[in-house]
Design a protein around this ligand. Structure first.
Ligand SMILES: [Mn+2]
Length: 314
């Protein structure tokens, strides 16, 4: 029986994929993202298709649902917001397994689903994925973490999260190597070069902090930095803006050819995904994400009104 795993290329996605691979060691692992899921799923020929950590987009959801109905053997684990235009039961009806929990990492969900079929120690991977996605505040993770030396677990999760920020581990082949290493029961620090790569990334992060300390601007309760060459560090850039200016909300703003990309972080437990969605939709953009890490895409020229909206919402 041929199995294919389609997952996200971030820490949670790689960990969820590794847990799937621990369960189905002969599977092929491919990385995808919400905007490419429809295309990639069309191309996938397998008896069993495990999809982890990939959101459905409003645009593609109808087509993907149709594909779900046509393909047999889809198992779908995700925690992103389901578009309002899609009923969760409609997804469930078309796939073999659909697990969707809010505020729980994909890694935790798939680990819970397969835990009886894989070695107990693979729970480490679930914990790495959860911490990597800021979703370690669940009963499951809090309880499991007590079984291990949490400092060692944090070292390993930092190794993935930071290590993949370097060019050396940006490609899908390198990420596949990380996934297969984890699936075998080894740790991120066992992947040749990953610890060194994480160290380089952490150096750049501290350098970035110094730059943001000089450059962050403020508007009301918001601090922001615009168009710094910090690609790959958008999250920390947003957070450092808030930290250096002592504001609850920080933004990293990246102007692209056709739209503006905004990354949002909070140091005050704001519900960022809701705020991002509301403020972006008011300027004909789109926004969302997680409570502690969110983002928005807004039209060129709408940044000032977006800022005003955001400031009102918080
Ligand atoms: Mn995730």
């Amino acid at each position: 029986m041929k199995t294919t795993i389609l997952t996200h290329a971030d820490c949670d996605g790689m960990c969820a994929g590794a847990i799937a691979l621990a369960r189905f060691p002969d599977a092929n692992v491919f990385f995808t993202k919400p905007v490419s899921l429809y295309h990639d799923l069309q191309k996938t020929e397998a008896d069993r298709i495990v999809i982890t950590d990939i959101a459905l987009t409003k645009r593609d959801a109808p087509n993907i649902l149709k594909l779900f109905g046509e393909k047999k053997g889809i198992l779908y684990f995700d925690h992103h917001i389901v578009p309002k235009s899609v009923k969760k039961q409609e997804i469930g009806k078309r796939v073999k397994v659909f697990i969707h929990e809010k505020d729980t990492s994909s890694s935790e969900m798939i680990y819970k689903y397969y835990q009886k079929d894989i070695p107990r120690e693979r729970v480490w991977i679930a914990i790495y994925g959860a911490i990597g996605d800021y979703s370690d505040d669940t009963e499951f993770v809090k309880e499991r973490i007590l079984n291990w030396d949490r400092r060692a677990l944090f070292f390993e999760v930092s190794t993935i999260v930071l290590g993949i920020k370097n060019d050396e581990f940006e490609g899908y082949d390198a990420k596949r190597r990380i996934v297969s290493t984890l699936a075998k029961g080894e740790n991120p620090s066992d992947v040749p070069g990953l610890v060194k790569s994480a160290k380089e990334a952490v150096n750049r992060e501290f350098d970035l902090y110094e730059i943001i300390k000089k450059k962050a601007k403020t508007y009301g309760n918001i601090a922001y930095v615009k168009d710094l060459p910090s690609f790959g560090f958008r999250g920390p850039s947003a957070l450092f803006a808030a930290t250096t200016r002592e504001k609850p909300l920080g933004l990293y703003v990246h102007t692209r050819e056709r739209y503006i990309d905004v990354t949002m972080r909070t140091r005050a437990r704001l519900k960022l995904n809701e705020i991002a969605e509301d403020a972006a939709e008011a300027v004909q953009g789109s926004g969302g994400g997680h409570t502690e890490a969110a983002g928005a895409k807004i039209p060129i020229g709408s940044f000032n009104s977006f800022l005003k909206n955001l400031n009102k919402l918080i």
